[in-house]
Write a protein that binds this ligand. Structure first.
Ligand SMILES: *Cc1c(COP(=O)(O)O)cnc(C)c1O
Length: 279
């Protein structure tokens, strides 16, 4: 089989990868509605928060990032970057953060007139933007599989919508989900896609979201040494590890042409000891 990689990690130093696509129509909606700013949600290593901070700054919009927990004495480098880019960080208790609908309502009451972007950009506007990723691939019809990482599934849903019927989209879950039939990803994909040429790959979560093992980090370091392609421990490292395993297990026919979406975002690697990955 032949594998090709779409390097969305190279399109912008901060709004790298799929985040820019997922934010595009949110920015447009906020500007058209004359919103007071953007309001979104994320954790200490959230690519989405930094990307939203940078996107808001470029559009001249104020932006609030709602983060779970107490404000720590020292911010994570990711949150520090978001704040430096002009994002106002607003910390809420874990209890308050628990229910999404209630949290959204509470934050909109606290910050009226702001345009709300759900955590990770998980929304139909996000899907619409993510569908445009495949416009970057002029010979799209030549691929039989499209592989991506899935956190909220927003990018994956967009890729499914923009894919061609003969293609299969493989979504590598970065979450460890006990129920692989009914969960946040299957539900969202069900709601957001009109075609069903996709498949989830559940087993390469390495212990769960943001978790890692030395076999993962060893693989990522070697991949970088061999190809010069950096990956991250939360998403793309796990996906490419999984694809590599599947290829070793001969799960792809020799005629397969695989398009791998490198969705960018190396924020998660900043939680690692320096030098571990060699990049
Ligand atoms: C955010 C992110 C994802 C997850 O995208 P979803 O649309 O939430 O599934 C995948 N890869 C990278 C590098 C990311 O930063």
């Amino acid at each position: 089989m032949n594998a090709f990689i779409l390097r969305l990690d190279l399109i912008h130093p901060v709004i790298a990868g799929n985040k820019w696509f997922k934010l595009k129509y949110h920015l447009k909606a906020a500007l058209e509605a004359n919103s007071r700013g953007l309001l979104t949600f994320g954790g200490a290593w959230s690519n989405h928060l930094v990307a939203t901070a940078a996107a808001a700054a470029s559009a001249g919009l104020p932006v609030i990032g709602v983060v779970r927990g107490e404000r720590p004495a020292t911010l994570s480098p990711t949150l520090q970057d978001a704040e430096n880019a002009g994002m106002e960080l607003f910390f809420v208790s874990r209890a308050e953060y628990a229910g999404e609908d209630q949290l959204h309502q509470a934050m909109l009451e606290r910050f009226p007139g702001f345009h709300l972007i759900p955590q990770g950009g998980q929304s139909s506007l996000g899907v619409r933007g993510a569908a445009e990723i495949l416009q970057l691939v002029p010979d799209l019809a030549n691929y039989s599989y499209i592989a991506c990482a899935a956190g909220t599934g927003t990018m994956m849903a967009g890729l499914v919508e923009a894919s061609i019927p003969h293609q299969q989209v493989l979504g590598f879950s970065s979450l460890k989900l006990g129920d692989t039939v009914n969960n946040s990803l299957t539900t969202f994909l069900d709601q957001q896609t009109s075609v069903k040429n996709y498949q989830f790959i559940w087993q390469y979560h390495f212990g769960g979201y943001g978790r890692k093992t030395t076999s993962l980090t060893d693989f990522m370091r070697e991949l970088y040494q061999r190809t010069g392609i950096p990956t991250d421990i939360v998403y793309t490292g796990k996906m490419i590890y999984g694809l590599n395993k599947m290829a070793e297990e001969d799960l792809f026919s020799p005629q397969t042409r695989l398009l791998v979406i490198h969705s960018g975002g190396l924020q998660g690697n900043r939680s690692l000891p320096e030098g571990l990955l060699g990049y």
